[in-house]
Write a protein that binds this ligand. Structure first.
Ligand code: RM4
Ligand code: MN
Ligand code: MN
Length: 426
């Protein structure tokens, strides 16, 4: 299913005059204060976040899964869903595939579908945390770090296969997240596990095309509950350095122990030129994979403040692979993704309003109060009219959630696909 431009314009009509009023009001105020509003709006429009192919159906927990009607049941339909979100938000122009959940059967056809929807293939993700049908070796006790050479080889080969698949889709990076670790003290020799993981990653790195990146994702616990081989950013950073200049750290917001200062992690990684990718979500307790910005919007803003600073001041750091890594247990996945995109754009817009020169001067003066005022002044600004404008300029919806509902898209999907379809993924 594809949304036509006229449908979006029709839905926008009733909100256009309210938008114009609020945009003019904000733009005037910002311009008077020295901001380049056109520049901010065009930066928002350029900011594209990949949708993971496994997040278009209902997620689940270990206690069960409640499926959502009209879920996409093949890769083509998943990309169509990304296309739907993209045509409303104009900020989801990429999909990130998880292999082997979403191996294309016909590359040419899949690429055509994606191109027709203005969707690109972002980072490809390998999966060595589940046993695959017909695989010889088991990942029960780890993959790249396993004590068995045969298991490690199988996991390395899988990553090389994923690179090969991604290459045919013009992806430019491989994301490696390892579930490897141990559940009980004594189960693993930490040094052996680390060394095995490092050697395996180096072998994968050898198979990386010149213009590719390898993104190493860390996570402190789960599914292993005593230790995880790549537990934190420092471990990922060490491994990336060992592998070489095309290897980077990937930060997933949900992969930190409670109260970690993620903005500081982001900032130091960018200084070192080693932040390669980003997974957005939000959480209260662990890797909850909730909608971005739904619990800690101020933290998201502070993280974006460092990202914006890094994008402006750290040319040694590459362009990042942005992705939403969320799971939807109780919401319509497409609505949830739209809400995440909105929260991400909002945090980005607010971060662009931080007057970096003024902040630097206040920091030099050790004027702590002023520093806080500068940040919070930006954070308290209602930037939604800027987001609306960015979408409108690119043919998107002024209010994507409202548009999704008034176009009755979920029911159209149910009519087209049926009720009881099931998406592959978690
Ligand atoms: C992990 C991690 C990875 C994602 C899997 C599905 O916790 O966040 O990025 O690929 O979940
Ligand atoms: Mn992730
Ligand atoms: Mn995760």
């Amino acid at each position: 299913m594809k949304i036509q431009q006229e449908q979006v314009s029709t839905v926008n009509k009733s909100e256009l005059s309210a938008h114009n009023d609020s945009f003019d009001f904000l733009a005037n105020k910002l311009t008077k204060n020295g901001y380049n509003v056109d520049n901010i709006v065009s930066k928002l429009g350029e900011f594209q976040v990949a949708i993971p192919s496994w997040a278009l159906g209902a997620g689940g927990t270990r206690f069960g899964r409640f499926s959502f009607f009209g879920e996409p049941s093949n890769l083509e339909q998943k990309i169509e869903d990304v296309g739907l979100i993209h045509s409303l938000t104009q900020t989801a122009g990429a999909v990130s595939l998880h292999i082997p959940w979403d191996v294309p059967s016909d590359y040419k056809a899949i690429k055509e579908v994606a191109t027709s929807l203005d969707v690109k293939f972002d980072s490809v993700n390998s999966n060595t945390f589940q046993n695959q049908k017909d695989s010889k070796e088991s990942y029960k006790f780890g993959s790249l770090s396993n004590t068995s050479e045969a298991v490690r080889q199988q996991a390395i080969q899988h990553n090389l296969d994923v690179i090969n698949i991604g290459n045919q889709l013009d992806s430019k990076s491989l994301t490696v997240w390892l579930a490897d670790g141990s559940c009980f003290p004594g189960q693993n020799n930490f040094q052996t596990a680390f060394q095995n993981a490092q050697n395996s990653l180096k072998d994968i790195y050898k198979g990386l095309p010149d213009d590719w990146k390898m993104l190493i994702e860390y996570k402190p616990y789960e599914p292993n509950f005593y230790s995880t081989v790549i537990q934190d950013w420092g471990t990922s950073f060490m491994l990336a350095n060992e592998c070489g200049e095309k290897a980077y750290t990937l930060v997933d917001l949900g992969h930190h122990l409670p109260n970690s200062n993620i903005e500081q992690i982001v900032s130091v990684l960018m200084l070192k030129g080693k932040l390669g990718g980003f997974h957005f979500n939000d959480s209260k307790y662990g890797d909850d994979d909730l909608t971005a910005g739904c619990i800690k919007p101020y933290a998201l803003f502070l993280i974006f403040n460092e990202l914006v600073y890094g994008m402006q001041n750290n040319p040694q750091n590459p362009d990042l692979a942005w992705m939403i890594d969320a799971s939807h247990n109780v919401k319509d996945p497409l609505e949830d993704l739209i809400q995440s995109l909105e929260a991400i754009q909002e945090a980005y817009a607010k971060a662009m309003l931080v007057d970096q020169d003024l902040l630097k001067a206040a920091q030099m003066d050790n004027d702590v109060v002023k520093c806080q005022e500068i940040l919070q002044d930006a954070y308290r600004t209602d930037v939604r009219p800027l987001l609306e404008k960015a979408r409108l300029n690119r043919g998107g919806a002024l209010n994507p959630i409202k548009a999704y509902r008034s176009l009755d898209l979920r029911n159209h999907l149910i009519t087209e696909r049926g009720k009881h379809t099931i998406a592959t993924g978690l």
